[in-house]
Design a protein around this ligand. Structure first.
Ligand code: ZN
Length: 117
């Protein structure tokens, strides 16, 4: 069966029973071995990381080299239309004695995608 060792830089320092290996006085904490036994796992980033912490530790340690793989030097933009529409809503107002429900015109702002093909 295929497997990967977790790439978390400090995976082997995490004190869990699942990492304990060896016998007697020769025990160690070992990096987690990830069994790649499903297509889902093969496609997943978690085929190389045993959990979120190990993934984030790796990204933090290697972030400069990771972003160098696909540098972003300019902002990207997505064309949209912003639609504003009025609608009747209600709010509650304290009149000193009780809350009264009163109507008012509210504004709903909706971002609509634009077909830019
Ligand atoms: Zn790990």
């Amino acid at each position: 069966m295929n497997f990967n060792w977790c790439h978390g830089p400090s995976c082997h320092t995490n004190e869990t029973q699942s990492r304990v290996r060896g016998s007697g006085d020769n025990k160690v904490l070992r990096t987690i071995k990830i069994k790649i036994d499903t297509e889902y796992l093969r496609e997943s980033v978690f085929s190389h990381f045993c959990n979120q912490r190990c993934l984030m530790d790796f990204i933090s340690l290697h972030k400069d080299r990771i972003v160098a793989l696909a540098p972003r030097r300019e902002a990207l933009e997505t064309p949209i239309k912003v639609q504003k529409e009025k609608y009747e809503s209600y709010r509650y107002r304290w009149n000193g004695n009780e809350n009264t429900r009163e109507p008012y015109m509210a504004t709903r702002t909706t971002i609509k995608s634009v077909d830019n093909t």
